[in-house]
Design a protein around this ligand. Sequence first.
Ligand SMILES: Cc1ncc(COP(=O)(O)O)c(C=O)c1O
Length: 481
Amino acid sequence: MEQQQPATALPPKHSAAPASEVDSRAKLKSLAAKSAEYLAVVTGGNKLDADDRTRIIKHTLENFDDYFNRGFLHYRKSVAEAEDFAAIEWTGQGSIIEDIMGRKFIDCLGGFGVYNMGIRHPRIIAAVESQLKRMPLSSQELLDPLRGFLAELLGELTPGDLQECFFINNGTDAVEGALKLARLYTKKTGFISTTGGFHGKSMGSLSVMGRAVYRKPFHPLLPNMHFVDFGDAKDLERELKKLHDLGEDIAGVILEPVQGEAGAVVPPDDYLPRARQLCDEYEVLLILDEVQTGMGRTGRNFACEHWNVCPDILCLGKALGGGVMPLSCFMSTPPIWRVLEDNPFLHSSTFGGNPLACAAGIAAINVMLEENLARQAEEKGRYLMKRLRSLQALYPEILKNVRGKGLLIGLEFADRFIGYRVAAGLFKRGVLVAGTLLSARTIRIEPALNISCDLLDKTLERLADTLQELDKQIEQEAKGK
Ligand SMILES: Cc1ncc(COP(=O)(O)O)c(C=O)c1O
């Protein structure tokens, strides 16, 4: 999915001439009135009539165009191709998202891996609401019990000796922390990452990103970064040996156990165990980025458990906040963590591990374990994959590959335009899917892990219908040439 550039530059929003005091006061007054109007939408959202809703659609489109991100309006695969930019999200429950006009969509993209527990899971909402009434954000000085509760749960739940953790908000923050910790512990600077690897877009994470389009505009990135082919343990071995022989100092190897944004790419079964061995042999840390694969997504609580591999540093995010709060963390073992102990403020964050996020995280773990979401992902993934491969056999010229693990599934199409048309066809039939950030030809199927079998079957029926229609259209287009 290549990002489209806006056709024209945005007009300047503010005139350079200094406003008179009267003008300024009038403007502030008008903004206060507008904020009150918007606040009424937030608080009274359930009582809107049809005119209000139409007005909100208009405002949203104008505001995205003028003030937020014009490019984003146009580049989303499903809505752009379906020419339905005005689908304004309004509410959701479980695996159904409703737009402001009441149209319902089966959510098969799960917020790119955020909604493993579904949208607004009642237990997670209740936990956050209760905490909201007590203490929303941290005092920054007293100890917050929830942070300790969640750290203990994660320390006991994650594999091996990953007992220590630090909470933050985004996946990229978790990766930044992991890179800093690896440097601090090893006193080395370099990292090895993989082509197609995606770890976030802040400067450190971007430096280990395996795709030029996002890297190049921000050069120079962190120095001493090296890349190997994902899934190829021999390539990793060659690179480690070469860098060792050259005397380059390498702190760590960073990998996703299954590459998410590259299009649900699953490595060979011996890859992760071999990567672990090689990291030990060359005395570099193994960092696993499970921001997308963690929390049950691939059929285990953490994807590394498929291969019995324990990293030195683990990154989690996305679904860790239960689809209600932003929450991420990086975790490591006590001996590695010791380097942070002399000065615990070497790494800190104002909002990281705030009580609302931790309440959501505790509830998310509770739901994941009590609903056995990993097993649901494994079983439903197996079922989906089988049915999708039958569709691939029916339309091999359109659907070139079906791959993934658990409920992290990628459908690779003949080219990106076919991918867009499939996404749009599904959108028109009330199913939300999306592209992946690094593979323009791939659409992801990444629903909530507790999605019902009925909704999965409906999705498959609508996909079959879309492919059939597209097959006919392509045939006619070929005849017309
Ligand atoms: C594996 C992985 N790491 C890191 C990130 C970055 O997460 P965020 O967008 O929350 O910063 C993502 C996001 O898709 C991801 O898939």
